[in-house]
Ligand binder design. Sequence first.
Ligand SMILES: NCCC[C@H](NC(=O)CCC(=O)O)C(=O)O
Length: 447
Amino acid sequence: MSVYEVNFDGLVGPTHSYAGLSYGNVASARNVAESSNPKQAALQGLAKMKQLHDAGFKQGILLPHERPYIPVLKQLGFSGTEASILQLAARQAPELLAAASSASCMWTANAATVSPSADTHDGRVHFTAANLNNKFHRSIEHPLTSRMLQAIFAEETVFAHHPALPAVSQFGDEGAANHTRLCVDYGQPGVELFVYGQHAFNYTSARPTRYPARQTLEASQAIARLHGLEPQRTVFAQQAPNAIDAGVFHNDVIAVGNREWLFYHEEAFLNEAQLLQELEEKLGLGVLKTIRVSGEQVPLNDVIHSYLFNSQLLSRPDGSMVLVVPLECREIASVSVFLDQLVGDTSNPINELLVFDLKQSMKNGGGPACLRLRVVLTEDELAAVHSGCLLTDELFGLLNAWVNKHYRDRLSFDDLSDPALLQESRTALDELTGLLNLGSIYDFQRV
Ligand SMILES: NCCC[C@H](NC(=O)CCC(=O)O)C(=O)O
């Protein structure tokens, strides 16, 4: 039976903004308070989905969340009409209004960790929604993410869903951004690699000193247990604390894997040699292939500003691979030179580069890989997915028109307290669930 990697991209929401909410994510800090263009952001994301769909890759969609999220502002003590809640929050706690308004769910690599059925004990595809506990604005995503995943992957005989882990820093979980699967073929059992930033319950272990380590070993281990993964095919590796302190807040900013290939920077892992040895042992002799980039080829700082490794490494049926990178990779000399060499080098399967303008997302620290959740599915499992969330030419046309109709092309902090923005967003999302035939998943649709 054919088995596919389906990429579910997050549709950018109508409140996409630059609020500087992610300490440790240098792009988020650098662009704070700039005005954003939600319409352009959503269209850029859709253009990537469409081009990959046209190139023959399977493409799915996850929906934006309801923002500004009034229930969380109420939970924090703001009361009155929705208009007065927005106004009070803007005046008394602008950082809370900004957090409650963030469109950060667009980075669906952080929505959940997904284990394909070939790897799990019960032969189902397992999903654990990420608690995103390290950042308040992201910690409010998982309830709707869970609901959405359950609506899209509803068939219990083939899909299993686990709620987010306990909401404390010791179980900080950032989802698939710190998870890679290596395998010979998507349909065969693979080795799942979990990369963590700190060992939370071991207070003397290595950890970053400047920026937070968002993912813990304890969280990754819990997910491996929940998904019923075989210890003999599971690897836990620590991210280099220095990389986190330089701004590599998720492992997918410095490494990406696909099939038997691991493409990574030499400064990515704390114990690189040990990791490679374990991967080799668990994958079977001679299976693992690596593309290791040195600091001499591409300095860490250029890695972080180009998002070279936040690329999508996609397999074609003939075994060759395409690397999907953001435009910034062409704007930084060391990276651009490296990429030309990489694509010209016949000792690796990458023979095409697709370059996308994702600047609206990149300015918040989200590249091509951040924008997608990989779900490996057999043909039967794919047939059980809610078809409304799978991209078609027709749906692309509808979504483009929907964005053009509902989204603003300029948004700044002052707009977030405008009750009209809340109404516009709800109108748009209500129409979207209709377009995707998904039923009522939002709080505002359920009251
Ligand atoms: N995988 C990419 C995630 C990027 C995301 N940025 C943000 O949430 C920035 C939002 C802001 O600053 O307005 C994050 O850091 O988790």
